[in-house]
Design a protein around this ligand. Structure first.
Ligand SMILES: [Zn+2]
Length: 342
């Protein structure tokens, strides 16, 4: 069977359906690619562009994109004149000027390929004005133009934009899939973890299904960051279990990150730790993901009844979900702290 867009890891069903529509000449003129940072949106966009112009597109004995023809090499190296990335630079939003410039360019003929690509990075930061400016092109697209919007949340886009683009959602990768990928493609990243299976597992779990994040956590800087967040989680866990006191809980909460995404990541790690304690309570030989050993899990959980652990884990996960759904961070944390003190 032909392999489609296979520089992208995982995402089998997405790659299959998209690859077939490109092969059949039916690629939608506007794609909204949704996924968190580090989930492969940019890789997918380049794979789509390469597949669309690949010189071996019709030859089913080649993967699509083939990766070796001139067109593929130009696109995948990031040097193709007909593939334009539009980014917000250092600014907080992607403004209307950038969209206007791109729009002017869209009406010029492509130079190298039969089709031109415009890839808008961080599309979730586009101002309403910028989105409205883009809408006109989406309604009546210039011939031979494909637009890709890379967005961390499709909900941030106007309904009118969403209704005119095909939504592609990046899938979260399992720790196993990521590990296999690194073993095959980037084994040097795993060298420092040869005798540290627990460290490797912690990095893959912290990445939360995103390959780019896993790569970051496996690096020396990421490892240090992870160590810091583990220390923080240890303190938090202790203040809720073996050393429970209101003062310690307040101190541990005070050390948490204040920004949305790092905070959600810290609470996810806490949830993972609580999950270990719950599993350990149910069966002493349960496989643990956070605690290094059964003794560690026992130390935390001995004085806490199972229903209490279940309650804490539920509350922590509900808080993560609230934070990820844009709830006020401080309010969500205060509510969690109150519930944990009960
Ligand atoms: Zn090719």
């Amino acid at each position: 069977m032909r392999r489609y867009l296979d520089a992208l890891v995982g995402n089998e069903s997405l790659r299959g359906s998209l690859g077939k529509s490109i092969e059949g000449g039916a690629l939608h003129h506007a794609l909204l690619i949704e996924g968190p940072a580090g989930s492969g949106k940019r890789t997918l966009a380049l794979q789509i562009a390469a597949a669309e112009v690949c010189e071996n597109k019709a030859s089913t004995s080649h993967p699509l994109p083939c990766g070796v023809c001139r067109a593929c090499r130009l696109v995948l190296s990031g040097n193709a004149p007909d593939v334009t990335f539009i980014s917000r630079g250092g600014r907080a939003t992607l403004g209307v000027e950038a969209v206007r410039d791109a729009k002017e360019d869209m009406f010029l003929s492509p130079t190298e390929f039969p089709v031109k690509f415009y890839i808008f990075e961080d599309a979730h930061t586009m101002t309403v004005q910028a989105q409205n400016a883009l809408l006109i092109v989406l309604e009546e697209p210039p011939q031979s133009t494909k637009i890709m919007l890379l967005s961390e949340e499709s909900e941030a886009m106007l309904v009118t934009i969403r209704s005119r683009a095909r939504l592609l959602r990046m899938e979260a990768l399992s720790p196993m899939v990521m590990k296999r990928y690194f073993e095959e493609k980037e084994p040097s990243l795993l060298l420092p973890y040869q005798n540290d299976e627990a460290g490797l597992t912690a990095a893959l779990l912290a990445a939360n299904g995103r390959l780019g994040e896993a790569r970051r956590y496996l690096s020396p800087e990421g490892k240090a960051e992870l160590k810091e967040s583990r220390d923080m989680t240890d303190a938090l866990l202790a203040s809720m279990t073996k050393d429970a006191s209101f003062g310690r809980l307040c101190d541990a909460f005070g050390a948490l990150p204040t920004k949305r995404e790092p905070l959600a990541a810290a609470l996810r790690l806490l949830h993972l730790a609580l999950r270990d304690l719950i599993l350990f309570k149910k069966a002493e030989n349960a496989p643990l993901l956070y605690c290094e050993s059964a003794e560690v899990a026992d130390g935390y959980s001995r004085s806490v009844p199972l229903p209490r652990l279940l309650y804490m884990a539920d509350r922590v996960m509900a808080t993560v979900e609230d934070i990820e759904k844009n709830a006020n961070v401080q309010t969500a944390l205060t509510l969690l702290k109150c519930d944990l003190c009960r």
